[in-house]
Design a protein around this ligand. Structure first.
Ligand SMILES: [Zn+2]
Length: 289
């Protein structure tokens, strides 16, 4: 992949292209500096567009560049496949107990339908609640957005409601963090909330709204080519870093309903989410007071 293409994809993943030009600012002086001349000692840096912290990267294979740094949610990676499996089996056994007639299973294949252009599907957990077919996808492997959309659309064409959830190896906590690209799309798909699961929650999910997070930018004056420059003294909204705002706990079988959604493109995103049938919670929007 060409370096520019790689950087463009990285910017989409992060949700900000403010560092693509190779310029960041010093956190205290607000002076801009180019990656080709910046050293670690010139920092700390931040991105002039989204106000997140940035680091200077100097490596042989790549052009010198700045990169965003922020806390991410503690998702389950390839190393924690046991926990991924535990999540699926736990959900499945609890759903079997609560809805014994629901034919619950893990990784049950649904055959491809070439005529209707439906790919083969293999939901992590699937079954029925009060006769409604439901698929639960536990997003642990880093599925691409394209793949997530293919599955979402495939389930809709089969009349199956989809619940995407994000399993974590520890609680998300209350500190601001930067949702990944797929977390942002889930957030849009489920009307402003992403569903997180961690151990000991059983069928209870934590619906999290991504609320605005801000950072204070200090006031500074400096001279540049003889002219007085000023900067800072304002509260800046982070663009890609959010405060997790928890809604009431949501139990998969009792607090959720089925709802068809036409295709749409989320604000600030590039890709269109296909028509879907979502399995979403019924709590009113707790972030709107
Ligand atoms: Zn940025």
């Amino acid at each position: 992949m060409a370096e520019n293409e790689y950087q463009r994809r990285e910017a989409e993943e992060i949700g900000c292209d403010g560092l693509l030009g190779g310029i960041a600012r010093n956190l205290y002086s607000h002076r801009e500096i180019h990656a080709s001349i910046a050293t670690k000692a010139d920092g700390p840096f931040y991105c002039p567009t989204c106000h997140s912290d940035a680091l200077i990267h100097k490596c042989i294979e790549k052009q010198d560049h700045f990169a965003h740094i922020a806390r991410l949610s503690p998702t389950i990676g390839p190393k924690e496949s046991a926990l991924h499996y535990q999540c699926k089996t736990e959900l499945c056994s609890l759903l079997r107990k609560a809805h014994p007639g629901g034919n619950w299973d893990i990784e049950r294949p649904i055959k491809e339908n070439k005529e209707k252009k439906i790919p083969e599907l293999r939901p992590d957990v699937s079954g029925r609640i009060n006769g409604i077919p439901i698929a639960i996808e536990v997003q642990a492997s880093a599925l691409s957005i394209t793949n997530i959309f293919k599955r979402t659309s495939g389930y809709a064409k089969r009349g199956i409601a989809i619940l995407w959830l994000v399993p974590l190896y520890k609680p998300l906590g209350d500190q601001p963090f930067r949702p990944r690209l797929y977390e942002r799309y889930f957030h849009s798909l489920y009307f402003g909330r992403t569903y997180y699961w961690w151990a000991d929650q059983g069928l209870v999910l934590k619906p999290v709204h991504y609320d605005i997070a801000t950072r204070h930018i200090e006031y500074k004056e400096w001279y540049e080519n003889g002219a007085l420059m000023t900067g800072g003294d304002y509260e800046a909204n982070y663009r890609i870093i959010k405060n997790p705002l928890y809604g009431p706990d949501a139990k998969i079988d009792t607090n959720f309903i089925r709802e068809p959604r036409p295709q749409f493109t989320p604000i600030n995103e590039r890709k269109t989410v296909p028509a879907s049938i979502i399995w979403h919670d019924t709590h009113s929007s707790w972030w709107k007071k």
